[in-house]
Design a protein around this ligand. Structure first.
Ligand code: HEC
Ligand code: HEC
Length: 253
């Protein structure tokens, strides 16, 4: 091998490891499946068992609250997404993808590992049960009634784009579809949504849904800002919202 071919080979290999090893969408496998099976059993538990599962969820969430905040509301500047109110199946998939490095999240990665979760909540462990318990807990935290929104200057255009391109998967009001792993996007911070949308459009988020990528391939930056601005203003139903923007999560008082 001469020098140029060596460099070329190195670049190609790096390319394969950096982007080419994506799994097919929603084929995270083992851990995701196991956690979802465990999650599905929660509904049939006794009240005492449900209370214990909730307690375990709180214990695991303590680590997460350092970034996602005790209320699970994230930050309007988009650094940390709101997790509260997201469907448990979606949370499980995202966590499993982040752990499997099928979605890049260098900030969170170490804290999502079984070892870290087990350190923080030894009695719960760091495996699929811990993921299911924390996902179930997060999905029931009341949501931020005052999430960050976009500039509000192009909402008619955004609405048209949303109806035509997004309703099929994310629902009329951004509520998502939990069993299909289509995320709830209503009430999420504008700046987080726009980063994810751009990463999905431009192929940077490896676990993205291929049909969504196709659907938004022709979106200009104007289209993107308009549709995400519209999404950021879709309000969750009253029963999912916290009573006020000053609400404090009593589990972490
Ligand atoms: C050190 C900070 C940090 C900690 C601790 C952390 N996260 Fe995150 N998390 C992030 C960041 C940053 C993102 C957004 C990354 C991006 O923009 O793609 C994120 C994204 C997520 C997402 C994806 C949300 C979505 O809408 O797709 C989930 C789910 C999640 N975190 C769950 C958790 C759970 C559960 C824990 C605790 C076990 C946890 N995180 C701990 C920083 C953290
Ligand atoms: C074919 C179904 C489909 C269509 C159409 C679609 N999406 Fe998605 N979208 C998904 C799925 C599935 C995910 C989650 C991918 C994953 O598993 O990480 C997602 C993720 C997202 C995210 C990231 C959410 C988060 O919490 O990280 C945003 C933002 C988003 N979609 C916005 C839109 C908008 C706006 C439209 C319309 C312009 C749209 N999507 C069209 C299926 C779809």
């Amino acid at each position: 091998m001469n020098k140029t071919t060596k460099i070329l080979a190195a670049v190609l290999t790096a390319g394969i490891f950096a982007g080419g090893s994506a799994m097919a969408w929603n084929e995270g496998g083992g851990e995701q499946d196991e956690a979802e099976k465990i999650l599905a059993t929660f509904a049939g538990k006794t009240d005492a068992e449900k209370a214990k599962i909730r307690e375990d969820g709180v214990a695991v969430y303590e680590v997460c609250s350092a970034c996602h905040l005790p209320e699970g509301w994230g930050t309007p500047d988009g650094t940390f997404p709101q997790l509260a109110g997201q469907s448990a199946n979606v949370i499980i998939k995202q966590l499993a993808d982040i752990r499997a490095k099928n979605r890049d999240n260098p900030t969170m990665y170490p804290f999502a590992l079984p070892k870290e979760i087990k350190n923080a909540a030894p009695e719960v462990g760091g495996g699929p049960y811990a993921i299911a318990a924390v996902a179930a807990y997060i999905s029931k935290i009341p949501m931020n009634p005052a999430n960050g929104v976009g500039p509000g200057t192009d909402l008619e255009h955004g609405k048209k784009l949303y109806k035509k391109n997004c309703v099929r998967c994310h629902g009329e009001n951004g509520e998502g579809h939990s069993v299909d792993h289509f995320p709830l996007i209503q009430g999420q911070h504008f700046k987080y949504l726009i980063r994810q949308f751009e990463w999905i459009r431009d192929g940077k988020r490896r676990n993205a849904n291929p049909d969504m990528i196709k659907q938004i391939a022709g979106f200009s930056d104007r289209d993107m800002t308009a549709v995400i601005d519209y999404v950021s203003r879709l309000k969750p139903p009253k029963n999912k919202l916290a009573p006020s923007a000053d609400w404090i999560n009593p589990d972490f008082d």
